[in-house]
Design a protein. Structure first.
Length: 218
């Protein structure tokens, strides 16, 4: 319990380590940042970002290694908050903001796992397990597939037993931007309107999918 409280209270921590490589830059000095993330009530394995100072005559930091998922734009955030130094002849030198980098990076990690969690909750709501529908018979209106379709976990693909398919497009925060259903003849506008309202979130769509299948299972 005490460890959980600490991890909640300090989601980002910094520490120093030494690179044992005798050819490492800056004498092997490395600054590590640890990111704690909770998803669906459980702590995940922490993510780490390692930074060093490879630039001559400069204290500027650079991302050396990291364990962050590819979907999280570590490089883009580093370019924004930890820019490389300019030449000594430059009129003005770049400045870095490690605190803003760490806060922005953790925010993106949390967003990514929130989107993963929304998809996992959708699968549970419509009755899918990791390997497909849980037990029982399948009706034509049952969702038989629901999964992430892109590395950023913004696209969710759906498939019905009768051959129809659908897509949910989420933004960075997991809000639904678009929902479409395709039938044998292309876009199924009637079913799209039936299952989606512009104010709906992923959880609303999941409940409507479950009700839609149940109302036509008889």
């Amino acid at each position: 319990m005490q460890q959980c409280t600490y991890r909640i209270a300090t989601p980002v921590t910094a520490f120093k380590i030494r690179d044992p490589d005798p050819n490492a830059v800056d004498g092997g000095h490395v600054l590590g940042i640890r990111f704690e993330v909770m998803s669906q009530g459980h702590f995940l394995r922490p993510y780490y970002v390692m930074l060093n100072r490879p630039y001559p005559n400069s204290s500027h930091l650079r991302v050396h290694r990291h364990t962050v998922p590819p979907a999280v734009p570590v490089g883009g955030l580093a370019a924004r908050y930890l820019p490389a130094p300019r030449s000594e002849a430059a009129a003005q030198q770049t400045t870095q903001d490690l605190d803003r980098f760490a806060r922005a990076l953790r925010r993106e990690i949390v967003r990514f796992h929130n989107r993963l969690g929304l998809t996992a909750d959708l699968r549970k709501t419509v009755g899918l397990q990791k390997k497909g529908r849980a037990g029982g018979g399948v009706t034509p209106n049952d969702v038989v597939e629901a999964g992430i379709a892109d590395v950023e976990a913004k696209h969710v693909k759906l498939a019905w037993a009768d051959g129809r398919s659908g897509r949910i497009l989420m933004d960075q925060d997991g809000k639904v931007e678009k929902f479409v259903v395709f039938g044998p003849e292309g876009r199924d506008w009637r079913m799209t309107r039936l299952l989606f309202d512009s104010r709906d979130g992923v959880d609303d769509i999941a409940r409507k999918l479950r009700r839609y299948a149940a109302s036509r299972s008889g």
